[in-house]
Design a protein around this ligand. Structure first.
Ligand SMILES: [Fe+2]
Ligand SMILES: [Fe+2]
Length: 207
């Protein structure tokens, strides 16, 4: 167990401090950056990507927390596959933020710790609720990505391509959690999650 904790600590530090290398090609690789974006649009888009980047930090922490206590090997494989895809999302967001001259959120270390704790607790309490929690998280992430797509200037085809690919994959993660037997969460938990997600998105847009 001590080895696993040290390993997790190392993973957390890497996610929070080192540039994450992407395993797959960026979805916007063949698209040229739009020179017609105004500085205001660039600034705003970098903030949307900052929110998405923080969402990916949370996803990483959530998956790691769940993996630490999960004992079901089938679930473990799915969690690991999804976590690997989320690492690409993290890398793509990081790079796009930099291209838009933005920065990542100062709240990320705090968000990582909180999400890791939630993932661990969910995993300890009940396997099926754990999956239910995961499926609901992915659903909420997809819906805020959809919301960002409606706010981003259509001129910024690069950012749009990244968000669309991420959204597709979050939907896939939600579906696979359901396939593995995710239990529907009590509605008060869904509501609490929506509220937390709203606070998270609004605060990382600014800080
Ligand atoms: Fe993601
Ligand atoms: Fe996801």
């Amino acid at each position: 167990m001590l080895d696993s904790i040290i390993n997790e600590f190392d993973k957390a530090l890497k996610v929070l401090t080192v540039d994450t290398p992407a395993q797959r090609t960026r979805p916007d690789v063949d698209i040229k950056d739009s020179l017609s974006l105004t500085s205001k649009e660039r600034k705003n888009h970098s903030k949307f990507m900052r929110v998405n980047h923080s969402g990916e930090i949370c996803a990483q922490a959530l998956y790691r927390g769940q993996l630490l206590f999960n004992k079901n090997t089938k679930i473990q494989k799915q969690l690991e596959d999804a976590a690997t895809e989320e690492l690409d999302h993290l890398a793509w967001c990081q790079l796009r933020i930099r291209e838009l001259n933005g920065r990542t959120s100062y709240l990320n270390p705090m968000l990582y710790i909180g999400s890791f704790a939630i993932g661990s607790i969910a995993s300890i309490i009940d396997e099926k609720y754990n999956l239910g929690f995961l499926s609901e998280t992915e659903k909420q992430v997809s819906s805020h990505l959809e919301n960002h797509l409606s706010k981003i200037s259509t001129k910024d085809k690069k950012t749009i391509a990244i968000i669309k690919q991420m959204k597709e994959e979050e939907e896939k993660h939600e579906a696979s959690a359901k396939l593995m037997g995710a239990k529907e969460l009590p509605s008060f938990i869904n509501e609490a999650m929506k509220l937390t997600s709203k606070i998270m998105t609004e605060s990382t847009f600014r800080i």
